[in-house]
Ligand binder design. Structure first.
Ligand code: AP5
Length: 194
């Protein structure tokens, strides 16, 4: 399974991505996790990405494309992967399509969208700010991340709809229920029912 996870900040991409990766036995590749690790280690990449991340903006395409290209070259991604947080705009989606073709890998199977209302997102991320202290989980930055999502990332729903790869599931309710529903939707689409 070659899948991208789409959804607003806090929609549960990381939570569901981990569960789906375990269930489907493919690696989850998160550009956000990779960027946060680079910021923590104060690498060149981290220094280039830090300001945009703290403001809730997107990091430059060439930086995240480099992360994905390097990760997809690893052996464990050959049989499938779940991309969490990439692509984030139409330019990245086109680059991903081209990258897979250039590497001789099959095209994406699915874009799974977790649909969560904005106010639930703000509630979740403010709750996480208290627990984990992620620097972009401050209310004004959360609101900026939602604006950036709507302007830059939401158009990907139409992009993948046009490719007949979009599956949209409700991302609210218990984590386990969202997971079961997503898995069922994926299985149905594999059988040509979605
Ligand atoms: P990234 O790390 O991708 O962050 P994000 O999209 O803002 O998403 P989050 O990690 O906040 O949320 P999530 O959807 O993964 O939800 P989660 O499972 O964590 O990116 C961070 C930054 O990096 C970006 O702003 C950008 O600057 C940069 N970046 C990354 N990729 C990029 C790219 N491709 N191009 C350019 N820049 C890029 O859940 C959130 C919370 O909700 C958790 O506390 C969780 O426990 C809780 N939760 C999950 N599910 C439920 C549920 N069903 N009910 C209640 N609570 C739930």
């Amino acid at each position: 399974m070659r899948m991208v996870l789409l959804g607003a900040p806090g929609s549960g991409k990381g939570t569901q991505g981990e569960k789906l990766a375990a269930e489907l036995a493919v690696p989850r590749i998160s550009t956000g996790d990779a960027l946060r690790a680079a910021v923590r280690s104060d690498t060149t990449l981290g220094r280039q990405a830090r300001a945009a991340m703290e403001a809730g903006d997107l990091v430059a395409d060439e930086l995240v494309v480099g992360i994905v290209e390097e990760r997809l070259a690893q052996a464990d991604a050959a049989a499938g992967f779940i991309l969490d947080g990439f692509p984030r705009n139409v330019a990245q989606a086109r680059i991903l399509d081209e990258m897979l073709a250039r590497r001789g890998m099959p095209p994406l199977d699915t874009a799974l969208h977790l649909d969560v209302p904005d106010e639930e997102i703000v509630k979740r991320l403010l709750a996480r700010a208290g627990d984990q202290g992620r620097s972009d989980d401050r209310e004004e930055v959360i609101r900026c991340r939602i604006r950036v999502y709507n302007a830059e990332t939401r158009p990907l729903l139409a992009y993948y709809q046009m490719q007949r790869k979009l599956i949209s599931v409700p991302g609210v309710g218990a984590v386990e229920d969202v997971f079961r529903f997503a898995l069922m939707a994926l299985r149905l689409s594999e059988c040509g029912f979605a």
